[in-house]
Structures are given as structure tokens and as C-alpha cells.
Design a protein around this ligand. Structure first.
Ligand SMILES: [Fe+2]
Ligand SMILES: [Fe+2]
Length: 260
């Protein structure tokens, strides 16, 4: 089993498809991950399962990889009723989770925006530009910059999980660039396609951060580091040079308009 612990999960799944099914049963979905480089040992560590569940998971994976292996799979206990996931975030992590809320409200509006997409009028084009401004200024400059320039620096940036996060941010920027290029030539289909791809990408990205990355980071940071992070985040916000209120107002008015 040991050599598999340091193997990329996608490689293991390609060789032993049963492993993906087992991981899914423990709510560890590797499907939405775009990179798939994460090593098996890191995946198990980051998801922080209760000890008995982790033992059971590893035993089942070992059996799937090597059916001859002498492994005793612990008897499954009667499943407790599923509890809603509740996370006790530290103040800086809570700040990032709260910022996700506005981004999620924008993502929820994207299918409606795409349905009524109109690029022949100035007003129609302006809506796309306002949406792009929301992504570039609020999601990227205000939020992703705090992650990339401050938070991620506390961890090994060559770790697989951070490579996945950076890659998601990069792909999101690629969609924004493609939306602007499509707007130049009034290519409605391409704008719609990249807006929807952005929405799908960010939905999964935010879920990974809220449910996996931030809780794991919180468990790894010292109290001193948490305090330091919080003041660095506040400092960064002050230096941004714009008020996030502008984007809250944009989302408020768009929700009223589209849900009217
Ligand atoms: Fe992120
Ligand atoms: Fe984020």
C-alpha cells in the first residue's frame, strides 16, 4: 500500500476505478478537481475524517488495489443520521467565507444573465462589462489576491492542493479574458459559454475552499499566525483602493431586476 500513498490520485483511479467509488462514499469527490495531482496521503489528511472512518477508508482502498492483501476492514457501524456540515472558522478564514457569499450571489445570477444576453445595445454590452468588473475587482483583486498574496504564503505553495487552487484562479482569469474578446466581436455564444464555465468553475472552487481547504488551513495555523493573518487581510483591504459596497449594490440591483 505504501507506494500508493505518494501516487497521484488520478493515476490510482485510472488503474483502480473502484477507488473513486470508495472515495465518493466518504464524500471525497476527486471528479471536479481539474488537476488531479493530489497524492492519496494528502487527500486523506486534508479531508480530516474521524479516525475510525479513515481506517475503514484506507482498508477498503488497500483491498481495492490489492485484493490479496491481508487487511481487516473494520465493521461498518450503523450510520449516524447525516449532520449538516458546520465549520468553526477562525476570523480571517470567516472573512474569506463571507466574501464568497457575494461571489455566489453573482454566480447564481449568471444563468439568468445568459438567458437574456444581448450584445447589440450599449445597455446589453454594459451588463457584461459590469459582470466582468465584478469578477475582476471583487472576486479577483479583492478576494483572490488575499488568498494568493497572503494566505497561501503560509503554506507550501508547491503542495498539490495549492497548485489546484492557483490553477482554478488562472482558469477563471482565462474565462474573463475570453468573455472580453468575445464581447469585442459581439459573439454572444462565446460570451455565454465562458460565463457559464466561469460559474461552474467557481462554484466547485468555493466549495473546495469552504469545506476542505480553509478548515484544513485553520487546523494547521498557530494562534499567532491567525492573528497576523487577520491584520494582514485588513491592511490589504484598506490598500485595495475601492469599496466592496459598490459590488454589493451591483448584485442587489441585478437581483431585483432579474427576479422581478
Ligand atoms: Fe480561491
Ligand atoms: Fe476564495
Amino acid at each position: 500500500m505504501k507506494p500508493y500513498l505518494t501516487k497521484g490520485i488520478k493515476e490510482i483511479i485510472d488503474q483502480f476505478p473502484e477507488v473513486e467509488k470508495i472515495l465518493n462514499e466518504y464524500d471525497i469527490g476527486c471528479g471536479p478537481c481539474n488537476v488531479g495531482l493530489c497524492q492519496l496521503k494528502d487527500i486523506v489528511e486534508i479531508h480530516r475524517l474521524p479516525v475510525d472512518q479513515e481506517q475503514e477508508l484506507m482498508a477498503r482502498i488497500t483491498k481495492a488495489i490489492d485484493p490479496e492483501a491481508e487487511v481487516k476492514i473494520p465493521e461498518a457501524k450503523e450510520a449516524p443520521p447525516p449532520e449538516p456540515k458546520a465549520f468553526n472558522y477562525s476570523p480571517p478564514m470567516r472573512k474569506l467565507v463571507d466574501e464568497h457569499v457575494l461571489i455566489k450571489r453573482w454566480i447564481a445570477l449568471i444563468p439568468e444573465v445568459v438567458k437574456d444576453l444581448e450584445v447589440e445595445s450599449q445597455a446589453g454590452r454594459q451588463l457584461v462589462l459590469d459582470g466582468v468588473d465584478m469578477i475582476r475587482s471583487y472576486a479577483d483583486k479583492f478576494h483572490h489576491a488575499k488568498e494568493e498574496d497572503i494566505l497561501f504564503k503560509y503554506f507550501d505553495e508547491n503542495s498539490d492542493i495549492l497548485k489546484v487552487m492557483h490553477e482554478d484562479h488562472k482558469q477563471a482569469r482565462g474565462h474573463v479574458q475570453a468573455i472580453l474578446e468575445a464581447l469585442e466581436i459581439k459573439d454572444k455564444n462565446a460570451i455565454a459559454e465562458h460565463l457559464m464555465a466561469y460559474a461552474g468553475l467557481l462554484t466547485e472552487h468555493i466549495r473546495k475552499e469552504d469545506e476542505i481547504l480553509y478548515p484544513w488551513m485553520d487546523s494547521s495555523l498557530s494562534t499567532r499566525q491567525v492573528g497576523e493573518l487577520f491584520s494582514k487581510f485588513n491592511e490589504a483591504d484598506l490598500q485595495m483602493g475601492f469599496s466592496p459596497k459598490k459590488y454589493e449594490a451591483f448584485i442587489d440591483s441585478l437581483e431585483k431586476k432579474l427576479n422581478a
